[in-house]
Each structure stands twice: as C-alpha cells, then as structure tokens.
Ligand binder design. Sequence first.
Ligand code: SF4
Ligand code: SF4
Length: 135
Amino acid sequence: MPRKRLDLTFPPRQATKPITYHLVKDFDLVPNILRAQIHPGQEGRMVLEVTGRKEDFDAGIAFLESEGIVVKPAATDICLDAEKCVLCGLCTAVCRPGALTLNGRGDELVFDKDKCVYCEACVVACPRRAITLEF
Ligand code: SF4
Ligand code: SF4
C-alpha cells in the first residue's frame, strides 16, 4: 500500500481536533505520528506517515484542508554538508531516535535514514548549518 509523509500545520482553533481518528474511521487510512507539537489555543505542527489507497488518501487530504489544516509533503531525507561539518557531535546529542551518530573514532558522522523522524532538531542544533532537510 502507498505510504506518504505529511507535514501538517493546525490553526489554533483546530489544535485539539482528533484528526488522526477521522483519518482512520472516515477514510480507512493508517496514520503513524512521527512528530507532534500541539498545544490548546496555539498553532500546532504534526508530521505523519500515512498508509492507504490513493483515493482514500486524496479524500483524507481534502478533509484536512477543509478543516483549515495546511498540508505539505514532509521531508524525506536530510543532507549533510561534509565540508561544513566539524564533527562536534551536537546534532547527535539532540537526535532522540539515534539516527545521527559519530563512529567509534569520532571522525565520521553516520546517518541512519530508517531511524530519522525528520524532527529538524539537528538542523537547529548545528552551529555550522551543515544539515538541511530534503523534500
Ligand atoms: S531530523 Fe531529527 S531524527 Fe532526523 S537526524 Fe535530525 S535530529 Fe535525528
Ligand atoms: S552539529 Fe553540525 S558540525 Fe556538529 S557534527 Fe553535527 S553536522 Fe557536524
């Protein structure tokens, strides 16, 4: 079954709406929340991996947009600029899933794409701006 990653931005009035419930119940989609920053009364962000048939996916997206939620494709990779990287390890310290690590000798930054949830923490943490998200 096709699988897509979506980056959702919620307006404050929709921050607490159970949209994943509706995606499952009304559109037969299987959402997997990779990242969420939701607070009542504030703009929220959620990164979802959604599995389902194309027609259900399209209907689910239309539902989200009708609710005022901004839907964009989520990042699918990160780009490391080895020229800029000084192997300080700050990005590995903020990468909770352990997708970024320094090798045993500390002379190479290793990225495990399967563990990455595209939270952007490493992008923000890097003092050299050596990491960017790719879409
Ligand atoms: S985007 Fe998040 S999960 Fe992915 S490598 Fe960076 S800190 Fe780790
Ligand atoms: S924070 Fe930036 S400079 Fe430091 S190891 Fe990570 S990518 Fe390299």
